[in-house]
Design a protein around this ligand. Structure first.
Ligand code: EPU
Length: 416
């Protein structure tokens, strides 16, 4: 297993280019199953989750070729309409193939994902959405099976709002007969990006980015070329790292409008975050102020940046409070951050971070993708050597993280 060996402390400075968004590229890959024509995707990030998704599409019968940041997917025939257990258990987003398979050939099967490191994460809302489109859904020996001779549009409502649930519903409804209204739809930029791709493929969708999405089903979809949006979570991670290390970093290629709440938080901490022409510059103040964060669906503060901002809050003066409202078990980075010298107490879904603390390098264990990123930020701030174990979690969602950080002055080595 690989680890990061980080020698700290470091003050990050320079510029970093943000890759395409993992959580936009994943549903885009799945969308390619809706047509027999090729779908070309650009700005695809080089992350392990997309390799898993590519393997899944190949298992289903598609050809997938990836060259650099470009991918071409051609699903002329659907051979095996299922997401098998070994892929679903490594990546829950595998269930995103259910909607397109159901829409294209009227049948789909996937292993039911179990709980994961950040919470229970059921997929009941995805299933309910398929039922509203006329499918029958059953559980058979740990597999979910959805069948429908022909999908028909219908009303779908999400409570709570679900990102991949909304995406799966869209992926099925685009080929259903009639009108589908998705109420309390996820408004995330990744949902909007999927709508842009589907529209380029011939779908009729209005309201993506709003609470209600309306889809008029069409008979068939065709191939398209699409640029995946930049990864706002990767951008927010580098912003938190720059601020935590007292640095100055220009973040290039990420849309600041998609990060309004994290930027507001940074500013409330005294960080200078200046946007101009598709890039923004983060300048840390001498002393950071404590912050107050409560995660919520977009446009609120993203749960996917909660752990990284907690590492930042350790450096701030005063008591920060961080409330996690999306997942019930997303504080697994806390004991690891405390081992490095953080003073964090968790009560229910709220963490109280007392700062500033001087961090000392230690051996720590990554538990999930974003928790890993918070440990890397802490390692950059800490005095001495930090070993972050299980960085396969990081590789799932961050493209070339050590390369990008080293270019900003970090000293990170990937070791076995
Ligand atoms: N939920 C249900 N039933 C469902 C689906 C969701 O109860 O059928 C609940 C979840 O348990 C959770 C809440 O609804 O409490 C919201 O979960 P959501 O469905 O929105 O999460 P997701 O679609 O599984 C995506 C991202 C996650 C990100 C969340 C929240 C992808 C591939 N994944 O997951 O990304 O944390 O939305 O924004 O888009 C990550 O990138 O590190 C990551 C975990």
């Amino acid at each position: 297993m690989e680890k990061f060996r980080i020698e700290g402390p470091t003050r990050l400075s320079g510029r970093v280019r943000i890759s395409g968004a993992k959580n936009a590229a994943l549903p885009a890959f799945a969308a390619a199953l809706l047509t027999s024509e090729p779908v070309h995707l650009r700005n695809v990030p080089a992350v392990a989750d997309l390799q898993t998704m590519a393997r899944l599409l190949q298992h289903v019968g598609a050809t997938v070729s990836v060259e650099g940041s470009e991918a071409c997917i051609e699903a002329r025939m659907i051979e095996t309409p299922e997401a098998p257990y070994d892929l679903v258990k490594t990546m829950r987003a595998s269930v995103l193939v259910l909607g397109p398979l159901l829409a294209r050939i009227g049948f789909a099967r996937a292993s039911l994902p179990g709980g994961c490191a950040i919470g229970v994460r059921p997929i009941d809302l995805h299933m309910a959405a398929f039922e509203r489109l006329g499918a029958s859904v059953s559980l058979d020996h740990g597999d979910i099976e959805a069948k429908a001779p022909g999908l028909r549009g219908g009303p779908i409502s999400f409570d709570p709002v679900s990102v991949t649930g909304t995406e799966n519903a869209m992926l099925a409804a685009v080929l259903a007969r009639g009108t589908t209204r998705i109420e309390n739809a996820a408004r995330e930029p990744e949902v909007q990006d999927l709508a842009r791709l589907l529209t380029a493929m011939g779908a009729q969708i209005t309201g993506a980015g709003e609470r209600e999405i309306v889809i008029e089903g069409v008979e068939r979809l065709h191939g398209a070329t699409h640029d995946v949006i930049a990864d706002r979570i990767e951008a927010g991670t580098y912003a938190a790292a720059a601020a935590a290390t007292g640095g100055e970093v220009r973040i290039e290629g990420a849309e600041t409008a998609f990060l309004a709440e994290p930027i507001r938080t940074l500013r409330s901490m005294g960080v200078d975050a200046e946007a101009s022409g598709g890039s923004w510059t983060i300048r840390a103040p001498r002393n950071l102020r404590a912050c107050e964060i409560a995660t919520s669906p977009y446009p609120g503060f993203p749960t996917d940046l909660q752990a990284q901002f907690m590492a930042l809050a350790i450096r701030a003066e005063g008591i920060s409070t961080i409330t996690e409202n999306i997942f019930e078990n997303r504080f697994q980075h806390v004991p690891e951050l405390d081992r490095m010298g953080g003073r964090i107490r968790v009560e229910g879904n709220r963490a109280r971070v007392e700062g500033p603390s001087t961090l000392l390098g230690a051996s720590v264990m990554a538990t999930d993708l974003r928790a890993s990123a918070s440990l890397v930020i802490a390692g950059l701030c800490a005095e001495g050597r930090t070993l972050v174990d299980r960085i396969y979690h990081l590789d799932r969602g961050y493209a070339r993280m050590e390369e990008k950080l080293n270019a900003l002055g970090a000293k990170i080595e990937r070791v076995r």
